[in-house]
Ligand binder design. Structure first.
Ligand SMILES: [Zn+2]
Length: 450
């Protein structure tokens, strides 16, 4: 078979879930053929991978807080999408809160899209927000192309994105089910948190006690009951509590339409190693103990957890209160968009988990979650979102050298395996030798009709 293309990449590629020798032909931003290496391809540009490189599908990160407009000093579309590109993430879906306005109505979505336009180095889509004021009007946001709706059951950290109480959560589940959309939930129960000791001061143990795993477990149980009642599609964001895994597994086995994500920080860090006063480790729900972390790994490999996404949630350095180390005062959020793949891969290989499996959690699974049918795999007809990755090359994390806006990272000084060398987003080269190159060619995505 003869193929004509703009670009032909030859080397070991992740195809049909396996790493194998292949030639990948790209034309007009799409993969047009995936063939055996000997196949003749008439291409304007040829790239041959080095022996220590593999070609992966671009990652899809469905949990990113960009914060522009309104809190652009925390993170903006330029800085976030450059960080994404450098990390091999070719699609991000932006969370509806921390920007001002929050994405809770069509006017706000228009404002966010206008802010993003012309700034994005990778493809960007948007979640909508289910807050008390937006209930009853979610259909208009769905029609405008959001990928689903996020809600909180507890204080979100910003006043303009209030949580849903129990009755409103039920309304949101019913409304989303009627739209055949997706409700993504920050699942911590407000009542359990209110009864827990308040968090003040620099003790990390004190912070964890203020956000006990029971808060997640109670919220998830309630969500599963509602999902069953309304046959709704629901998604548990940033699962930290391993105590919910058995219930989630049972729900899935019973046919409840629930999916689950966890994040690199819950898989690579543990409470035992976090020193008091180190608020760069603060996120909600919190990083728990090492035994909990290992249970999350087992749930990923058994399929109870579907996705690994960043929950990239930066703030300015002063809001992390690194000077006082007060966990009560500090902003809760970890910025890891650029580091997700090497973080998870480094921890995965120590546990005997294959790179193919890691990439399925970080690319195919979040693409499926968001219904992005042309993302998440190297396949003819798919978008040419391609990453040249060197799994054995190591590097040391230096926060000042990351592309995200504020150089705060709990991973500073860590040695990680796996370097992203070159990235194409829809056939456009956006990273060369680890450096972001070229202009902002990213597109703004709308949810595809299902
Ligand atoms: Zn988040």
């Amino acid at each position: 078979m003869d193929v004509s293309a703009d670009l032909a990449l030859t080397g070991t590629a992740l195809v049909d879930g396996k790493l194998r020798p292949a030639v990948v032909a790209v034309s007009h931003g799409r993969v047009v053929a995936v063939e055996d290496p000997g196949t003749m391809v008439d291409a304007a540009e040829r790239v041959t991978l080095a022996d220590d490189e593999v070609l992966l599908p671009g990652l899809v990160d469905s949990h990113v807080h960009v914060n522009e407009p309104g809190r652009t000093e925390w993170e903006g579309f330029t800085s976030a999408t450059r960080a994404a590109a450098a990390g091999g993430v070719t699609t991000i879906i932006d969370m509806p809160l921390n920007s001002i306005p929050p994405t809770v109505d069509v006017a706000a979505l228009v404002t966010k899209r206008a802010a993003a336009e012309g700034q994005c180095h990778v493809d960007v889509g948007f979640w909508g927000g289910a807050v008390p004021s937006s209930l009853g009007t979610l259909e208009s946001l769905a029609d405008a192309g959001v990928f689903g709706f996020k809600c909180f059951l507890v204080d979100s950290g910003v006043p303009e994105f209030p949580p849903l109480d129990g009755a409103r959560l039920e309304r949101a589940v019913a409304e989303v089910a009627a739209l055949d959309s997706l409700l993504i939930v920050h699942a911590e129960d407000a009542g359990v948190l209110a009864a827990a000791p308040a968090c003040t001061g620099s003790s990390y143990a004190g912070f964890v006690e203020s956000r006990p795993h029971q808060a997640e477990d109670v919220a998830i149980a309630r969500l599963l009951d509602l999902a069953a009642s309304y046959d709704a599609r629901v998604h548990v964001l940033h699962l930290s509590s391993a105590d919910s895994l058995a219930r989630l597994a049972e729900a899935r086995a019973a046919g409840i339409r629930v999916s689950v994500e966890t994040c690199p920080h819950y898989l690579t860090l543990s409470a035992e190693e976090i020193l008091d006063g180190h608020t760069e480790f603060k996120c909600c729900p919190p990083i728990r103990d090492a035994a909990n972390r290992e249970a999350l790994w087992r749930a990923l490999t058994s399929g109870v957890i579907d996705c690994v996404v960043s929950d990239h949630s930066p703030s300015t350095a002063d809001l992390k209160h690194l000077d006082t180390g007060d966990f009560g005062e500090a902003w809760g959020g970890v910025a890891s968009l650029q580091l997700g793949l090497p973080l998870v891969w480094t921890a995965a290989r120590e546990r005997g988990v294959a790179l193919e499996t890691v990439v399925s959690w970080m690319s195919a699974a979040p693409a499926a979650l968001t219904g992005l049918s042309r993302k998440g795999a190297i396949v003819a007809g798919g978008d040419a979102d391609l990453v040249v990755f060197a799994p054995d090359e190591s590097f040391v994390v230096e926060p000042e050298r990351l592309y995200h806006r504020n150089p705060v990272s709990p991973y500073a000084g860590r040695t990680l395996s796996g370097r992203v060398r070159t990235v194409w987003c829809r056939g456009q080269r956006v990273v060369r030798d680890g450096i972001v190159v070229g202009g902002p060619h990213g597109r703004l995505l709308r949810k595809e009709p299902s």
